[in-house]
Design a protein around this ligand. Structure first.
Ligand code: 13P
Length: 340
């Protein structure tokens, strides 16, 4: 795999009007979402659910890539086709979550560090052979009274950079995800401060490890008020502050930035992305979505674990994908989505 191929994949992941479907929930996370809807937490149900998602006709009009979980990349669709094969034959690049989750950071209450570097080179080579062409690693930064600590920012940035370089070595484009959680009562100003610091230190470590900027994608959280803040910044302010933060931290040679939704409502997630494209600012990188909940939640609810609801659930997923595809071009309207 050459540098040129890494660049081409990264560019295709953020093609205009397209974004990434994050469907890489770990068993506990997927189980929690299934349980809330009364869906049995079994391997068969996860297979049927993810089969429903990827077989949605027309999905590749708005979705460039799909992030899979380890179980799914080894699984087949209900008809026996391996997931990665089905995706690539249907115009969607298969990706894989490779981190082993966020674990308590020693000596730092309420803070986490993402693990999974041990044996990662071997796993990446296996995933490449299974068809994965990009990967994802998520770091979690919590905002609180005296946190994040320097230790948390540094440890996570270092791990992200080690992971990113190993991915590129394996011919896989890394999605580097330093997520600053929305949980809490913090202001948008505090969100800006922490998000900028996390991104800046992450890029320092990426450079230290020699990560190719043209062959990676950044998956950031937006600069946004805490969910429990007494007053929350409006759409225009979130868009402006998020873009200002990214302009201050992300090199122009990075081909693309794809946001996580992080617990925003479907409409918020689309409106924020849309507004970023209507600031009148010339953006140097592709700016799109890599949503999990904001793409899947409504569809999972419509499905409810019943095969009779597959086509209704696919309609909902396609609608969310289309809306976010429009938002990535600055053409989204919440009213038009409601009318549809
Ligand atoms: P959400 O969009 O639900 O935050 O998920 C995106 C993701 O991949 C988190 O790692």
């Amino acid at each position: 795999m050459s540098v040129e191929e890494l660049k081409q994949i990264a560019k295709a992941m953020v093609a205009p009007g397209k974004g990434i479907l994050a469907m890489d929930e770990s068993h506990p996370t997927c189980g929690k979402r299934f349980k809330a809807l009364g869906i049995p937490e079994t391997e068969e149900m996860r297979q049927a659910y993810r089969d429903m998602l990827v077989t949605t006709e027309g999905l590749s009009d708005y979705i460039s890539g799909a992030i899979l979980f380890d179980e799914t990349i080894h699984q087949t669709l209900l008809d026996g086709t391996p997931f990665p094969k089905y995706l690539s034959e249907n115009g969607i690049i298969p990706g894989i979550k490779v981190d082993a989750g966020a674990h308590p950071l020693a000596g730092h209450d309420d803070e986490k560090v993402t693990e999974g570097l041990d044996g990662l080179r071997t796993r990446l080579n296996e995933y490449y052979d299974l068809g994965a062409r990009f990967s994802k690693w998520r770091a979690v930064i919590t905002i609180g009274d005296d946190i994040p600590s320097w230790a948390c920012i540094e440890a996570n940035a270092h791990a992200l950079a080690r992971y990113a370089k190993l991915s590129q070595e394996a011919g896989i484009v890394p999605i580097v995800e330093p997520e600053v959680l929305m949980d809490g009562t913090h202001s948008i100003e505090r969100s800006y401060e922490v998000t900028e610091l996390a991104q800046r230190i992450t890029f320092q470590h990426l450079r230290n490890q020699g990560v190719l900027m043209e062959g990676m994608i950044l998956k950031p959280s937006m600069v946004i008020s805490g969910v429990s803040a007494s007053s929350r910044a409006d759409v225009e302010t979130v868009a402006r502050e998020t873009v200002r933060c990214l302009m201050n931290t992300v090199p122009a040679t990075v081909p693309g930035i794809a946001f996580l939704s992080g617990g925003q409502s479907d409409e918020e997630a689309s409106s924020h992305l849309n507004a970023m494209h209507n600031l009148g600012i010339d953006l140097p990188w592709g700016l799109t979505f890599s949503y999990g909940r904001a793409l899947q939640h409504a569809s999972m609810t419509a499905w409810g674990g019943d095969s009779a609801n597959v086509s209704a659930a696919q309609k909902v997923l396609l609608q969310r994908a289309r809306s976010n595809g429009k938002a990535a071009l600055g053409d989204y309207s919440a009213d038009a989505e409601k009318a549809a």
